[in-house]
Structure formats: C-alpha cells, structure tokens
Design a protein around this ligand. Structure first.
Ligand SMILES: [Zn+2]
Length: 261
C-alpha cells in the first residue's frame, strides 16, 4: 500500500475510535501468528500436517484421551503456549481498554495472549489453553500443572478430588463440541451494544465470528478491519487496512492520542 494512502486510513481509523464510546475488538488467528503461533488453516497450518479430525475431535478424545495428552507434551506436534509472548497488537488492544475505548475483546484464539498483554474483559469463543477440567465433576485445573503430570507419565491425567478419578480435558473446544454458551451469549450482547467493532486478524469464515460483523452493522456500529488479506466481510467495513496488526494498531493509537490532546 502506498504510504500516504496508509497514513490516510490510519487517520480515519483514529477519528472513528475517537468518536466511539463502546468499542469491541474481535480477534482471530492473524493476531497471534505475529507472536509466532502458527495458524491452523493457513498454508503452513498445523492442520496441514495431520488431520485434526483424528485427534482434535471430541470422539477421538473420548476414545483415547491419553493419545491426546501425549500429543500435547510432544514439542514436534504441539505448541508450547507457555513460551509465547503477546505482540504489539495484543498490547494495543489492552491499551485501548485502559484508555476507556475498548469495553471487551471477543477472540477466536485459545492462547490467552490478550490476558497476558493486560486485557481484562476477554470473551473466548473457542475456550482456552490456560485451564483443563474434570469431565466428571467439572473441577478446574491449570493446564500447565496437568501437562507436568503427563510428562511424569500420568496419561491420561485424572481428577485428584477424592473418589472422583474423572478424566481431565483441556478447556479448548474440540470439533464436535458445542461452543461455550455463556461466551457466545456475551459475544452477541456486546456486539449488539458496541458502536465500533475493531476486527483484527480474523478471516471471518468460521461461525460465530463470521456473523458478528453483520450483527454489529445491523445494530448501527461501524467496523474497522485489519487483516493481512481481504476477508468476506470487507464490504461491511467503514475502513479496511491490509497489513500487520502489530505495526498498524500502534500507529492508530498514536494518532488517536494526538487527536485527543
Ligand atoms: Zn473430578
């Protein structure tokens, strides 16, 4: 993109942010690839290596939970989420929340990077890698602690609540599982009440993220869309910027601060 055109778009985005009172950020895989997390569906995506239906489906998990957990501790087949750090995009979203602009982040990502960057109100549509829970009694565990137990040979890991012994499952949503209803409801509520939706790094093809921009526009909100590639919903946006979120969002925030002075 020609630099003056980019500059113009950044100014328009900053002006939109300045006018807005209830901004909701909607983020997808593209916001985390800049932290070194490979996305699933892209050309180098994890799902090109192995058919996800063979291991990331709830039926596969129920058939052989220990295979799932053994995979989770195998560095050649799973990501070490603990070692991943948020990037300037995540930090930008958190800063906009501190400035009183962003009221919540709705994310398709499970990596917990928004929280690591300081965002407080995070709605996780596809669950989280931070926790695991017992399938029998629902007790929550830190997934890192569970992974340590698997590394020590406890596979599948079991609930330690007395007399329970239920199988532990990561809080990420597998194929074949329903999306978490409370997160879904909250996402729709926030989308209906926002006056600006800031869409970052989502290709907007997977439900419900694919539908939220339409709902936002129908309820009178404007959209800013930042993504490396074009998306199916570009036509709905007030402004679209193709580029890296970690580069563009800080520029928009800088401009916003200039405007507010
Ligand atoms: Zn239990």
């Amino acid at each position: 993109m020609d630099p003056s055109e980019l500059e113009k778009k950044i100014t328009i985005a900053a002006k939109l942010l300045k006018k807005s009172r209830r901004v909701v950020a909607l983020t997808g895989a593209g916001s985390s690839t800049e932290s070194g997390i490979r996305d699933f569906r892209g050309p180098d995506g994890l799902w090109k290596q192995e058919d996800p239906m063979k291991w990331a489906h709830i039926d596969a998990f129920r058939r052989d939970p220990s295979a799932y957990w053994n995979r989770a501790i195998d560095p050649t087949r799973s990501l070490n989420f603990d070692a991943v750090e948020p990037n300037d995009g995540h930090r930008g979203v958190a800063e906009l929340e501190q400035m009183g602009k962003v009221i919540a982040v709705i994310t398709q990502n499970v990596d917990g990077l928004h929280q690591k960057a300081g965002s407080k109100e995070v709605i996780e549509l596809h669950g989280t890698v931070i926790y695991a829970h017992c399938l029998t009694c629902g007790t929550q565990y830190k997934r890192l602690d569970v992974l340590k137990r698997v590394k020590n040979g406890e596979s599948p890991p079991l609930c330690t609540k007395s007399g329970c012994q239920g199988i532990l499952k990561s809080n990420t949503i597998l194929f074949g599982e329903p999306l978490p209803q409370d997160a879904l409801m909250r996402a729709y509520q926030l989308t209906e009440m926002c006056d600006l939706m800031l869409i970052l790094g989502s290709s907007l093809v997977v439900y419900p993220a694919a539908q939220l921009p339409n709902v936002a526009v129908r309820c009178g909100a404007k959209l800013i869309l930042i993504n490396l590639e074009e998306t199916e919903k570009d036509y709905l946006a007030e402004i679209t910027i193709q580029g890296k979120i970690g580069t563009i969002l800080p520029k928009i925030i800088e401009k916003l601060k200039d405007l507010e002075d």
